[in-house]
Design a protein around this ligand. Structure first.
Ligand SMILES: Nc1ncnc2c1ncn2[C@@H]1O[C@H](COP(=O)(O)OP(=O)(O)OP(=O)(O)O)[C@@H](O)[C@H]1O
Ligand SMILES: [Mg+2]
Length: 243
């Protein structure tokens, strides 16, 4: 589906991503890495928001730069730390995003109702975003990213700052949405993706350390440490190694 080959991103002399190669299929791919590991940079390259230094990103065998707007139409994206229009109601916000995506008014209206309902905000369609909690905002952003039924859904730290209950709620919504599409999610909170990720990318200082299923990662670290590990332990094991 998405095939990333020898991807390099430099900001001036600084190499933020170094020779990243990765094939991403349908389902949930979680990207774990410390602050500055290059997670957002990788997502910004996949969404064609920034220019790569070298390498390729192929969607169904064709480079996304060649596919252009046709590719961007397949994307749903929630950037890290996204601003919202506090005076908009949830419904207005979704309709606004829908119009930016070039969707037909009638379709936007229908999908807005469906998606707000899907993320448990049906009753809040006419409530202004200014009064929403962090978790409600993230659910609105998730609904907005889902407009026009994207084939690739990209979520940059959607659970940041949420309380455990809201994190679980959002995680369940994301798991539901992952059927028949590529979902890429970054997080610091390992438990957020442990149960929903089909594959996990461990990113460190711009390089991929490991890319495998949570089960495989746990098993390989279990073998070395002689105990049963959580994905959190796996993450710590690899973060501390080779540092
Ligand atoms: N526009 C930029 N110009 C210069 N350096 C940048 C720029 N954007 C990112 N960087 C650097 O590239 C590295 C990777 O940044 P990136 O935002 O991708 O990390 P991240 O893994 O998303 O971190 P976080 O967990 O804090 O969101 C960091 O060292 C960062 O300082
Ligand atoms: Mg980031």
């Amino acid at each position: 589906m998405l095939k990333i080959e020898n991807l390099v991103k430099k900001y001036g002399d600084f190499t933020a991503l170094n020779n990243v190669s990765l094939t991403i299929d349908e389902g949930v791919t979680g990207i774990l890495g410390a602050n500055g590991a290059g997670k957002s940079t990788l997502l910004n390259l996949i969404t064609d928001n920034i220019k790569r230094t070298s390498g390729s990103i192929l969607y169904n065998e064709r480079d996304i730069l060649e596919l252009g707007s046709g590719y961007r139409k397949l994307l749903g994206y929630t950037p890290q730390l996204q601003g919202m229009y506090e005076d908009f109601t949830a419904g207005q916000f979704l309709r606004y995003i829908g119009s930016l995506k070039g969707m037909k008014h009638s379709v936007v209206k229908k999908e807005t109702t469906e998606l707000l309902s899907l993320v448990g905000l049906k009753e809040y369609a006419s409530t202004k975003l200014g009064g929403f909690s962090g978790g409600m905002r993230q659910r609105v952003l998730l609904a907005a990213a889902m407009l026009d039924n994207p084939k690739i859904l990209i979520l940059d730290e959607p659970t940041a700052g949420l309380d455990p209950e809201e994190r679980i709620r959002l995680r369940n919504h994301i798991a539901e949405l992952a059927k028949d599409r590529v979902v890429i999610i970054t997080t610091h909170i390992v438990s957020d993706i442990e149960s929903i990720a089909d594959k996990v990318v461990l990113l460190k200082k711009g390089e991929i350390i490991r890319y495998a299923s949570p089960k495989e990662l746990k098993q390989e670290v279990d073998k070395v440490t002689g105990k049963r590990n959580l994905l959190e332990d796996v993450y710590l094991y690899y973060s501390e190694k080779r540092s």
